[in-house]
Write a protein that binds this ligand. Structure first.
Ligand code: IVH
Length: 668
C-alpha cells in the first residue's frame, strides 16, 4: 500500500469515528484507539508533508498563528431574529404566517435558541473551505482556522448527494462543563475568568492562534442553510435532517410541530430541559417549515417574517440594594438578606436576595446603595452575582454592619470559630427560632401537617396561641377560625390534619425535632439503630457515634439537644398529645440487604411519596443519591421520569419501576 493510500485510509477511519462520536453520539471505539490512529496519521503526515491535506482530521488541533483576521463579505446577509416574550405575541406571529398560507394549519420547525455566536461555514464539494463570523451581518471575519478546530464539526461532508456548494449557518457555543474548567484554570493562573460561556466562545473564536482555540471546548450546531448549489428539500425540518445526514451537527432538540398549543408545549419542554442540556440557551426559535412559504413571507428590515425567537425571561438583571436585614433561622443562624428595589428577573419579581454570610459579603464587596446584578436561574433562590463597582457612589453607599445582638430577641450573638456564620444564642427563647422550629415540625418531610403553612405558624406565634410544636395539638377550631383569612372550613380541615399527622414514624418524628445537622438520612439511621426514642434520649456521645453517618459533631448536637430540659419536656408533651409510630423490630445490622447500594429516585409515584420510598430504602441500608452516575446501583423511575432516567439508560444502570419497587419492599 502506498503512503498516500494509507493516509487516506487512516483519515477515513478517523472521520468515521468523529461522526459516530459527535453526530450519532454513539462511539464504537475507545478513546485510546482513536488516539493511536490519530498519532499514526500525524506521523505519516509529518514524514510526508507534501501529502498533508488542509482538511485532514489532524488539522483539528490548530496550525500557525495569524497576525489578523481577513474580512469576508457574506454572499447572503446574515439576519437577526425578532423576539417575543409572551405566548400571545407568539400566537400573533403564527397567525400572520398562517394568513399567507392556503394550508389549514402550517407546520413550524422548532429548536432551542443557542446562546453563542453565529457563524457561516462553506463547504465546496464536501470540503470545508471557509468559516466566518456574522460581523455586522454583511461583512464578518475569516475564522476558518479556529472553526476547523471545533470538535463536533466535520472538515469533510459524508454520504450521498452532497451539494457542490453548501453554506451552513449555525451557532458556535461553549459547553458549560468545559467553560467551568476553563475558568478554574484561568483563575489558578491568576488570569481573568470569562463572565459567561458566550463570552468565552466569542473570545476563543477570535484567538489569532488556532492552537489556543483548539484547546477550548467549543461546539457547533447548524440551524440554517445559506447559499447552495444543487437540490435541497423544501422543508426547513427536512433540510436539517439532510445536514445531519451529511455529518453536520444539529441540535438534538430540533422538532417539527403544528399549531400554537404544540409550540407552547415545546417551549415548556425545553425550559424544563434547560438546566440539563449542558450548554446555554436563551429561548426557542420557531421557523415556518415550508420553504416556499418562507419566501412568500420574506423579510422586514433585518429579520425574517417567517421566524421568531420566544425568549426565556432574563436570568440576570441590575437593581439597587436598598437595605440589608438580618434573618434568624431555625438553628439561630443569622443570615444577611439584601433588600432590593423590586426587579423582574427569571420570570418573577425579586425583592430579596440572600447574602449568605460575612465571607460572601467580603467576596462581593457589597454596600447598601450599590447597583448589583441579581441572578435567578430556574427555581434557585435569587443571588447577588456581582456588584457594579464602576457605578458605586462612594458618598452615598453604606457598609454592612453585623449585629452584636439578635435582631429578634436581643440575645447575644456568637461566632463559632472556623465557621462563617453568626448565631443567636437565644435558642427557643428567640421567637424567630421558635417560629422556624414549628414550621420545620409541620413541613412535608417532617410531620407533614397539611394546611399549616408558614404564614399561619407566624400568626399563631405572634398571637401567642402557641409557643412550641406540642401546643399545636391543643388548638381548637374556634381559636383557629378567629384568625384573619381563616374560615370555619379551613379551621376544621387543619384540626383534622393535625389529628392524622399524629400517626408517623420514629424517623420522621426525630427529623421533625429539628436537631442541628440531623437531616432525613441521619434521623432514619438513628431510628433504625436505636429503635425507641427513650434509647436515643439516653445515648451517650460514643453510643451515638456508632450510628452510620454520625460523627463527633453530629453526635454532640444530638446529645446536647436531649440534655436540655425544655426539649425533653416538649418531646414528652408531643407523645402525650398522641404522636405515635409503629414499634421497630429488633433487627440486626446484618439485615440491611441493600447495604452498600446507591439508589436514585426520579419521576412521580402513585402508591408512595418519594420521601417514603427514600426512607424505606434507607431502612434497608441503601444510600439514596440525587444524581445518576456510574456508581449508582439502581434508578427507581416513576411516571414522567426525565433526564435521570435517560442518563441511567446511557450508563447502563439498572432501572426499576414502581411495581418492581413495591415487590422488593414487600419481600423485605
Ligand atoms: S435562525 C434567518 N436559529 O440568534 C434566521 N438563530 O437573533 C437566522 N441563534 O444571529 C437565525 N440559535 O446567532 C436561528 N436555532 C437558532 C438559533 C439562532 C441561536 C442566534 C443567531 C442569530 C441570532 C438572531
Amino acid at each position: 500500500m502506498t503512503v498516500k493510500t494509507k493516509i487516506k485510509q487512516l483519515s477515513d477511519l478517523l472521520e468515521e469515528y468523529n461522526y459516530q462520536y459527535y453526530v450519532l453520539d454513539n462511539p464504537s471505539v475507545p478513546d485510546g484507539e482513536y488516539d493511536r490512529i490519530f498519532q499514526q496519521l500525524l506521523k505519516l503526515e509529518q514524514d510526508n508533508p507534501e501529502l498533508l491535506s488542509p482538511n485532514s482530521p489532524t488539522q483539528k488541533v490548530g496550525g500557525t498563528a495569524l497576525t489578523k483576521f481577513e474580512q469576508v463579505t457574506h454572499q447572503q446577509p446574515m439576519l437577526s431574529l425578532d423576539n417575543v416574550f409572551e405566548q400571545q405575541s407568539l400566537v400573533d406571529f403564527m397567525q400572520r404566517a398562517q394568513d399567507k398560507s392556503s394550508q389549514p394549519e402550517i407546520a413550524f420547525c422548532v429548536e432551542p435558541k443557542l446562546d453563542g455566536l453565529a457563524a457561516s461555514i462553506i463547504y465546496q464539494n464536501g470540503e470545508l473551505i471557509q468559516a466566518a463570523t456574522r460581523g455586522d451581518g454583511q461583512v464578518g471575519e475569516n475564522v476558518t482556522e479556529n472553526v476547523k478546530t471545533i470538535a463536533n464539526l466535520p472538515l469533510k461532508l459524508r454520504g450521498e448527494n452532497i451539494p457542490p456548494l453548501l453554506e451552513v449557518r449555525g451557532e458556535v457555543f461553549m459547553l458549560i462543563d468545559g467553560f467551568n474548567k476553563l475558568n478554574d484554570n484561568l483563575i489558578k493562573a491568576n488570569e481573568k475568568p470569562f463572565v459567561n460561556p458566550r463570552n468565552a466562545a466569542a473570545g476563543s473564536l477570535r484567538q489569532l492562534d488556532s492552537k489556543i482555540a483548539a484547546k477550548r471546548p467549543l461546539a457547533f450546531y447548524c440551524y440554517a442553510v445559506g447559499v447552495f448549489e444543487g437540490e435541497l428539500a423544501n422543508s426547513q425540518y427536512e433540510r436539517m435532517q439532510q445536514l445531519k445526514g451529511w455529518g453536520l451537527p444539529i441540535s438534538t432538540e430540533v422538532k417539527r410541530v403544528i399549531g400554537s398549543e404544540n409550540c407552547q408545549a415545546y417551549y415548556q419542554n425545553i425550559q424544563d430541559k434547560r438546566p440539563n442540556l449542558g450548554y446555554a440557551i436563551d429561548g426557542v426559535v420557531y421557523k415556518v417549515d415550508d420553504i416556499a412559504l418562507q419566501q412568500t413571507l420574506g423579510f422586514v428590515a433585518r429579520a425574517p417574517r417567517w421566524a421568531t425567537a420566544y425568549k426565556f425571561p432574563a436570568e440576570e438583571a441590575v437593581t439597587e440594594v436598598e437595605n440589608v436585614e438580618f434573618q434568624v433561622g431555625r438553628t439561630g443562624a443569622i443570615t444577611p438578606v439584601a433588600k432590593l428595589k423590586p426587579i423582574f428577573v427569571g420570570g418573577v419579581t425579586v425583592s430579596n436576595a440572600t447574602l449568605h454570610n460575612k465571607d460572601e459579603i467580603e467576596r462581593l464587596d457589597i454596600r447598601i446603595g450599590d447597583q448589583v446584578v441579581v441572578r435567578r436561574a430556574g427555581d434557585v433562590i435569587p443571588q447577588v452575582a456581582r456588584v457594579l463597582l464602576e457605578r458605586r457612589d462612594t458618598e452615598k453607599v453604606k457598609s454592612i454592619e453585623f449585629p452584636s445582638r439578635c435582631p429578634v430577641c436581643g440575645s447575644n450573638v456568637e461566632r463559632i470559630e472556623g465557621e462563617a456564620i453568626i448565631r443567636c444564642a437565644g435558642g427557643l427563647y428567640c421567637e424567630a427560632q421558635r417560629k422556624e422550629a414549628i414550621k420545620h415540625f409541620a413541613s412535608r418531610k417532617a410531620l407533614d401537617i397539611d394546611g399549616l403553612g408558614n404564614k399561619l405558624v407566624e400568626q399563631l406565634v405572634d398571637q401567642k396561641l402557641i409557643a412550641d410544636p406540642a401546643q399545636l395539638f391543643s388548638l381548637t377550631a374556634h381559636q383557629l377560625s378567629s384568625l384573619p383569612r381563616m374560615g370555619d372550613v379551613s379551621a376544621k380541615k387543619l384540626i383534622h390534619s393535625l389529628q392524622t399527622s399524629k400517626k408517623t414514624t420514629l424517623a420522621r418524628f426525630l427529623y421533625s425535632l429539628g436537631i442541628r445537622e440531623v437531616g432525613e438520612a441521619t434521623a432514619n439511621n438513628l431510628a433504625v439503630h436505636f429503635k425507641t426514642i427513650e434509647a436515643i434520649e439516653k445515648a451517650s456521645v460514643d453510643d451515638l457515634k456508632t450510628v452510620s453517618d454520625v460523627g463527633e459533631i453530629v453526635a454532640k448536637h444530638i446529645y446536647y439537644f436531649f440534655r436540655q430540659e425544655h426539649n425533653i419536656e416538649v418531646v414528652a408533651r408531643l407523645i402525650e398529645a398522641g404522636i405515635h409510630w409503629p414499634a421497630l423490630e429488633e433487627k440486626q445490622e446484618e439485615e440491611q440487604p441493600l447495604l452498600g447500594q446507591t439508589f436514585v429516585i426520579t419521576g412521580s409515584f402513585s402508591n408512595m411519596s418519594r420521601t417514603d420510598i427514600k426512607t424505606a430504602l434507607q431502612a434497608l441500608g441503601a444510600k439514596v443519591a440525587g444524581s445518576v452516575s456510574k456508581k449508582t446501583s439502581t434508578v427507581i423511575a416513576g411516571e414522567a421520569a426525565g433526564s435521570k432516567l435517560t442518563k441511567a439508560e446511557e450508563l447502563g444502570v439498572a432501572i426499576m419501576d414502581e411495581e418492581a419497587l413495591l415487590a422488593l419492599l414487600d419481600k423485605q
